[in-house]
Ligand binder design. Structure first.
Ligand code: UDP
Length: 406
């Protein structure tokens, strides 16, 4: 099945994965996060866990359970880590810990390597089984470039208990612990989200949504979250619309660990008012083919985030040969090489300017789209991320011993 990636993913990654799997075959690799649906972490785990299993690794994916109160608290933590000001009372911290404690008795925590994704399940490290400790990694996907200090300090009591941490971008590393690694996320070129689709398939998939496909389409695919700046996207579109004909599509899905989605969706709808050329789609979870078709039908893809852990949607669009305009934050600059694979922007005006530049230059769309696809092939396919995760695990177990040493 790794064979299916031959000719798509870089050959060196496939060779290294095979070699690492010979070393780690049959070992237990546990991942824990806080949602099965919605957002980039679930997106990656849905694809990576079965792939690892087929490669002979005993990979397991568990999801912690929590109620609305818990996810309201963890969303506050998330917002504070990404730089918003939030107040968390002592009671909230206790409840955060309590829900994790409850989960620790329901989830089998014994494994050889354990990846705990993001802050929601971070306290689980306190319940690491004494008989089977394994190697525990805190895998942080969020933008830690400018966190609210008190909240960050408070989480240190958990962070310090991990053997190592993994961040998506180097400037998110906390720098207080020696073992911090940088591994960016990735997309699966063979998933429903990213496989090739014919023109006919695209039309059929999108026909229920009544979106005109004969006019330039600007698209942003994101959870309805203020950090994704959907209002800024509408403002940029309105600015463009004075000069160029186009439509705007904002597509999002709910995430069970994000309680703010509905509120933000309503704000966006209100702001869009009754513009018949703005299409706001709240799609059910796992609408992968619809997202795929939208990304392929789009003329230009935006990811105008003001904070962003990585932004899988950027690589997804680039893989489809689309020109992408993204906020110059978090993991977006890893993907968009300014003027080569797309444009990085810092404002609504900047986004509008770049949209117009693309709309007025089909040659530039083609050139940057092609460069973007190759950049993703080299750096952001799932095979590279599996290579990195397994290398890290193997490195942590064996120290500096090379993977090619017999
Ligand atoms: N996504 C989706 N449907 C939607 C909105 C988003 O399937 O309506 C997917 C999107 O294609 C991407 C992931 O959710 O794979 C979002 O990951 P990203 O890293 O861009 O952002 P996050 O939500 O993790 O902050």
């Amino acid at each position: 099945m790794l064979n299916e990636y031959v000719g798509i993913a870089p050959k060196g990654d496939l060779i290294l994965i095979k070699r690492l799997c010979e070393k780690l075959r049959g070992r237990d690799f546990l991942h824990i996060n806080s949602t099965r649906a919605g957002g980039g972490v679930a997106e990656i785990l849905q694809r990576m866990i079965p792939l690892l299993q087929e490669l002979g690794i005993n990979a397991r994916w568990e999801v912690i359970e929590g109620d609305k109160r818990f996810f309201d608290i963890t969303k506050k933590i998330h917002n504070a880590l990404q730089g918003f000001t939030e107040v968390l009372t002592e009671e909230m911290w206790e409840y955060y810990f309590y829900v994790n404690k409850e989960n620790s008795s329901k989830i089998e925590l014994g494994a050889d390597a354990v990846f705990i994704h993001d802050p929601q399940p971070a306290p689980l490290v306190k319940f690491r089984p004494s008989k089977r400790r394994g190697i525990w990694f805190w895998r942080c996907h969020i933008d830690l470039s400018n966190p609210q200090k008190e909240i960050c300090d408070r989480l240190m009591e958990y962070y310090n208990e991990y053997d190592a941490s993994v961040f998506s971008v180097s400037n998110f590393a906390i720098g207080e612990k020696s073992l911090e690694f940088i591994i960016p996320p990735s997309i699966d070129p063979l998933s429903d989200k990213n496989v090739e689709l014919t023109e006919k398939e695209i039309e059929d998939i999108l026909s229920p949504y009544n979106i005109p496909l004969d006019r330039p389409m600007i698209l942003q695919v994101s959870r309805f979250d203020r950090f994704k700046d959907p209002i800024g996207v509408i403002k940029a579109y309105r600015n463009v619309k004075k000069y160029n004909d186009c439509i705007l599509v904002l597509a999002g899905s709910p995430a069970t660990d994000d309680p703010e989605g509905e509120v933000v969706l309503n704000e966006v709808k209100e702001f869009a008012a009754d513009d018949p050329d703005i299409f706001i789609l709240m799609l059910p979870p796992f609408s992968d083919k619809v997202i795929n078709a939208l990304q392929r039908a789009a003329t230009i893809v935006l990811q105008k985030s003001i904070k962003e852990g990585f932004g899988l949607t950027v690589s997804e669009a680039m893989w489809k040969g689309k020109p992408v305009i993204g906020g110059a934050v978090g993991g977006i600059p890893l993907q968009i090489i300014h003027r080569v694979t797309g444009f990085l922007v810092h404002s609504i005006e900047g986004a509008a300017f770049r949209i117009r530049q693309f709309l007025n230059s089909p040659e530039m769309i083609k050139r940057m789209g092609e460069a973007g696809r190759e950049h993703v092939r080299e750096n952001f396919l799932i095979t590279r991320q599996i290579r990195d995760y397994l290398s890290l695990w193997y490195y942590m177990e064996t120290g500096m011993k090379s993977v090619f040493e017999v």
